[in-house]
Design a protein. Structure first.
Length: 195
């Protein structure tokens, strides 16, 4: 019975005036059509990738615009998403429409992130490292940014628009717009001869 009540509360929130942004996020990321449709939303949310976005967007908007009861339910939704998808996008993170996560495993995004639209992030990537940051500092990422697998972005940095960050990159400084960032790694390889 408790689950049914929580689902009803979520549904009422989704129809409220506070959920205008939520319905637009769902249209772009879950429905992927020009017009919003409840039928298409419920059909398309069965896709694993879209299901995560459906629930995370609902939780984040309930946390942002809802009552204390909404925030408590939002926190529980996030906990279930972490357990099911092994991805942790904290409530309070600001991410523009068009979020794309091909593989969820190991993705961590801090609530201090301020990310633009059409953002793509791949598995085992972290946007955080807030330990030494002041409370007023944030991590700013522009529009049309694509982050490869196993990347780490830490500290109060700014990444410009139209940036691609290559796989396994470590970023702790600002990156200007319109470019590709790759962490150069030096490695040595020694081959042992077989007798």
């Amino acid at each position: 019975r408790s689950l049914k009540i929580k689902l009803l509360i979520c549904l009422i929130f989704a129809f409220s005036k506070d959920a205008k942004d939520l319905r637009e996020f769902w249209r772009i990321e879950v429905i992927r059509k020009d017009k919003f449709s409840w039928r298409r939303l419920l059909t398309n949310k069965n896709n694993r990738r879209r299901n995560f976005l459906f629930w995370w967007r609902l939780a984040n908007e309930m946390n942002k615009h809802g009552s204390k009861r909404h925030q408590k339910i939002a926190s529980r939704i996030c906990d279930k998403l972490k357990a099911r998808y092994a991805a942790d996008i904290e409530l309070g993170a600001v991410i523009g429409p068009g979020l794309h996560m091909p593989h969820h495993a190991g993705i961590v995004i801090s609530c201090r992130a301020r990310i633009g639209s059409n953002f793509a992030i791949r598995q085992n990537s972290t946007i955080g490292g807030v330990r030494g940051m002041r409370s007023d500092q944030v991590i700013t990422i522009g529009d049309n940014v694509d982050i490869g697998a196993s990347c780490c972005l830490i500290g109060p940095i700014t990444v410009g628009d139209n940036v691609t960050i290559g796989a396994m990159s470590f970023v702790n400084k600002d990156i200007p717009s319109d470019g590709v960032y790759i962490t150069r790694k030096t490695s040595t390889f020694t081959a042992n001869s077989i007798n």
